[in-house]
Every structure is written in structure tokens, then in C-alpha cells.
Design a protein around this ligand. Structure first.
Ligand code: BES
Ligand code: ZN
Ligand code: ZN
Length: 498
């Protein structure tokens, strides 16, 4: 699968100086703050259009709110065919993330129109604003339509001009490059998740990992079933037994040029399809379960991007990949499994397979003697019940590391919310006949899942991101693509760069 697939447009960003009012383009993009009236430049355009911009804003009750916009045809009264006025929300709450959202919206709203796009939003100097706006545009341009046979749009080139007198060509280039790396990585993860489960098998994930390693000069080890048996990865093996697809354990390594300042492991849940296994899911819950490898997709995307970003940390990318299927040989409720670190797991429910496959990966990360572990997993429906479809749950055994990842998520514009590892709840996963049960009681399912994982990280500082909600958006929206979102890629990149 090439990185371009799933996207039609190639985007060509240019820095322009001068007056955006004079420019000839398909769409001129302007912005206003909420309740702040029209900015100077917008006033000028409004005048040139005989006041129709303010009239249409009034008519559509547009008041500069973030996520809202109005579009109008200029009927040839200025150089551009259309004007798009996007809201930036309250002035006091302005941040690069606001520009990222404005960029996403701009890309979505201008998509149907031909011609170049001139962005006359004041982006200031070299401070991350330009990169956030471009990142937004690149993210908002994403579409997964490679399987639609009719109506193929041409592989056209779109020119986007950014007007700024402040940033300068060199600063612009740098911000453009950063935006490109981040959004290509995110869109790559989206492609992996959106592909059907018959295509993205554990073997395919391993092949893609090998391709990435070769291209980006990363270390790569793929463990197959025999290797896992020799190593004692009883947990990943157990989950794989119901499937005809062989499981894979993937280990990618990025080594910085200079002595690494620290070593981190990012670990992804790679269930390429979660049917629930013998505790099979009801039909409605089974649909979308191709997305159960979203954590793995984040790991692959970050490892693909990391060599261009050149951080000073050593990064291990680890993935436990298998299907979770019912079958004659499938693992069963009541089974007792032995994970790589020797701990035993009593299986209560075969649909709580994510934590089981992660137990081997986390044990493996501990063996690597890493300084920090972050895992990403579409782990529990309970986390979606708690936090909804836009926010990931964050939990861990080290407040410092948790805060570091929260900070990274804020910079990235991805929402996370901490849930507590509750000592009183921990007894819910105690087993009478093994070291731990794979399911707790009825309540606090996201937390008991995390406390299960905790048993396999020892003393290593560790953070768990439950991305079950934000990884996949069934409906899509103005600020979200339909389907895979690539949630986590941007947070992990910021975390690694910190
Ligand atoms: N992959 C699911 C979690 C999930 C649910 C992700 C919905 C995205 C959307 C996971 O393997 C699972 O099935 N978890 C169970 C655990 C239960 C059996 C304790 C769940 O959340 O229902
Ligand atoms: Zn499951
Ligand atoms: Zn699952």
C-alpha cells in the first residue's frame, strides 16, 4: 500500500506576500473571531462585495464561532470566485489548535471547488501557527475512496497560497515540512485502519513494518508463531488460536545518531479483527471491529515518521498482531494462559483479548529495559461510555509521565482525560486460580482493564491510552473524517520530540 493511496489531491503550499484582496483564486479564505466584528481585511472584502458578506453572516447567524463558516460567490466583484469566512472562536482562547481546526474546515469546505485557494488569515510569525494551519488543511483533505470504482476524481494538484508578511521563506519551509510529516503519518495510520480486515492481516502488518524499516533505516524483528512459542508469548498465542491467520509480533527500533537521551517503547494493540472469539460479539458490535488495530497503526505511523523527525531518544515500536476469532481451536473462557513474564491469566471472557495480547508486548518492553512505556489500544467499550467518542482515557503508574503525555496531547490537539487506578477496584481482577483475571466486575471497565495491564509493566513508568472512542468516527463531521481518525499519532510524535 503506498502512502498516497486513499488521497486524491496533492497539495502545493506557497507563501505569498502582498494583498490577498487583489489575488485571483478559486476561494479566498478569511477569518473572524467570535463576537469581535469583522477584521480590517474582512471589512474591505465586505465593502468590495457591497456588504453581502456581512449580510450572509447575519442571515446564517454566523458570529465567528469556532467550527462554523460561511461561503459566498463573489460574482466577479473581486479577483477570487468565492470567499470563505471561517470562525476562530473567542479571541482569548486562540491557539495553534484553533488554526488547525480552521485548516481542517477550510479543506473540507473548499474541496468541491476548483482553482487555487488563497488564505488571508493572519498567521503571525514562525511560532507553530503556520504549521498548525497547514496540518489542519492536510488532515481535512483526507478521504478514503480507493475502493469506489465510479466517479474517480483526477489526481489533480491543488495550490494553496498563504499570505503572510511575517514568517519568511525559511521559517515557512520549516513549518510546512513539520506539518507534512505529521499529517502524512496521521493519514497513513488512517489508511491502515480503513482498509478492510481481509487486507490488513497480522502478516500484512508485519510486511508493512518491514517495508517501513527498510525505507527509514530502522531495526526490525518479526516474530512468528514458532518464535513466540520458543520465547513463551503464551498470551498472544492463545488469542490467535481461533484464527487461521498466523499471529505476528513486531519490533521496530529507531536509533538516534548521537547517544540517546532515553529509551521509550510505544506499544500498539493489533487485533486486525475482533469478532469477540468464542464469547462472540452481537452483530451490531462486530461491525467496525477492523479498527481494533488502531493502536498498531499509530505505532507504525510514528515509526515511519520518526526518522525524518530525528529525535534524540531511542524508540522501540512494539505490536502484538492477531485476529480474535472463534474456531475449533479457539481459546476458551476458563483457560489459563501464561504470559511472557511468567504471570498466569484466567480467561473469563475471550472478548477481553486486547489486554491479553498486550501483556506479552508489555513484558517484552520491560525486558528491553526501556525508561518509559506508552501503550495505545482500542481496549474497552467502557472507556467510550465514560468519555464519549472524542476523548481517550489516560491511565498509568507514573504521574510525571502521565502529565508529559497529557501535555503532548494538548499540543497535538487530541483530547485525553485521566481516569484513576483505584486500589479498591483492583481486587475485581484477582483470580482464585491464576495471578489475574482478564475481566473485572460490571463497573469501571476501562480502569480494571488498565490495572490488568499494570501487572505486566513492573516498575517501569508506563502510560496507557484507551483510544476505543476517538480512534474511529462512524459518522464523520466537519472536523473529523468518516472512519479512522489516526488518533494518537500526533500526540505520540509530540511526546517523542519533547
Ligand atoms: N475491541 C474491544 C473494545 C472496543 C469496543 C473498541 C468498542 C472500540 C469500540 C475489546 O476487545 C472488547 O471487546 N472489550 C470488551 C471487554 C469486556 C468483555 C470486558 C468490551 O469493552 O465490551
Ligand atoms: Zn474484544
Ligand atoms: Zn478488541
Amino acid at each position: 500500500m503506498s502512502a498516497k493511496e486513499g488521497r486524491i489531491l496533492s497539495l502545493d503550499f506557497k507563501l505569498r506576500e502582498g494583498n490577498p484582496l487583489r489575488v485571483k483564486s478559486g476561494v479566498l479564505v478569511l477569518a473572524s473571531f467570535e463576537g469581535d466584528g469583522l477584521m480590517n481585511i474582512v471589512k474591505k472584502v465586505d465593502e468590495a462585495l457591497g456588504g453581502s458578506l456581512s449580510r450572509i453572516s447575519q442571515e446564517e447567524r454566523f458570529n465567528g464561532e469556532l467550527g462554523k463558516c460561511v461561503m459566498l460567490n463573489t460574482l466577479g466583484r473581486i479577483g477570487s470566485d468565492r470567499v470563505l469566512l471561517v470562525g476562530l472562536g473567542k479571541k482569548e482562547r486562540f491557539s495553534p489548535d484553533v488554526l488547525r481546526k480552521a485548516g481542517i474546515l477550510t479543506a473540507k469546505k473548499t474541496k468541491p471547488y476548483t482553482g487555487s485557494i488563497s488564505i488571508g488569515i493572519d498567521i503571525g510569525g514562525h511560532n507553530g501557527n503556520t504549521s498548525a494551519l497547514i496540518e489542519g488543511f492536510m488532515l481535512g483533505s483526507y478521504e478514503f475512496d480507493k475502493y469506489k470504482t465510479g466517479n474517480k476524481k483526477e489526481n489533480s494538484n491543488r495550490v494553496i497560497e498563504l499570505f503572510s508578511n511575517k514568517i519568511g521563506e525559511r521559517g515557512f519551509k520549516r513549518e510546512l515540512e513539520f506539518a507534512r510529516i505529521i499529517s502524512e503519518a496521521t493519514n497513513f495510520a488512517r489508511d491502515l485502519v480503513n482498509e478492510p480486515p481481509a487486507i490488513i492481516t497480522p502478516t500484512k502488518l508485519a510486511d508493512i513494518a518491514e517495508e517501513i524499516a527498510e525505507k527509514e533505516k530502522l531495526g526490525c524483528e518479526i516474530f512468528d508463531k514458532k518464535d513466540m512459542e520458543e520465547m513463551g508469548m503464551g498470551a498472544l498465542l492463545a488469542v490467535s488460536t481461533g484464527s487461521d491467520e498466523p499471529p505476528k509480533f513486531i519490533h521496530l527500533t529507531y536509533e538516534p545518531r548521537r547517544r540517546p537521551s532515553k529509551t521509550v517503547a510505544i506499544v500498539g494493540k493489533g487485533i486486525t479483527f475482533d469478532s469477540g472469539g468464542l464469547c462472540i460479539k452481537p452483530r451490531d458490535n462486530m461491525r467496525t471491529m477492523k479498527m481494533d488495530m488502531s493502536g498498531a497503526a499509530v505505532v507504525l505511523a510514528v515509526m515511519k515518521a520518526v526518522s525524518s523527525l530525528k529525535p534524540s531518544v531511542r524508540v522501540h515500536g512494539l505490536i502484538s498482531a492477531t485476529e480474535n476469532m472463534p474456531g475449533g481451536k479457539a481459546y476458551k473462557p476458563d483457560d489459563i494462559i501464561r504470559a511472557l513474564n511468567g504471570k498466569t491469566i484466567e480467561v473469563i471472557d475471550t472478548d477481553a483479548e486486547g489486554r491479553i495480547v498486550l501483556s506479552d508486548a508489555l513484558s517484552y518492553a520491560v525486558r528491553l529495559k526501556v525508561d518509559e512505556i506508552v501503550d495505545l489500544a482500542t481496549l474497552t467499550g467502557a472507556c467510550m461510555v465514560a468519555l464519549g467518542g472524542y476523548t481517550a482515557g489516560i491511565m498509568g503508574n507514573d504521574e510525571r509521565l502521565i502529565n508529559k503525555v497529557i501535555k503532548a496531547s494538548r499540543l497535538a490537539g487530541e483530547k485525553v482525560w485521566q481516569l484513576p487506578l483505584d486500589d479498591e477496584l483492583r481486587k475485581d481482577i484477582e483470580s482464585d486460580i491464576a495471578d489475574v483475571k482478564n475481566v473485572g466486575g460490571r463497573w469501571g471497565g476501562a480502569i480494571t482493564a488498565a490495572m490488568f495491564l499494570e501487572k505486566f509493566v513492573g516498575d517501569t513508568p508506563w502510560v496507557h491510552l484507551d483510544i476505543a472512542g476517538p480512534a474511529f468516527n462512524e459518522k464523520g463531521g466537519d472536523l473529523y473524517p468518516k472512519g479512522a481518525t489516526g488518533f494518537g499519532v500526533r500526540t505520540m510524535i509530540r511526546y517523542i520530540l519533547d
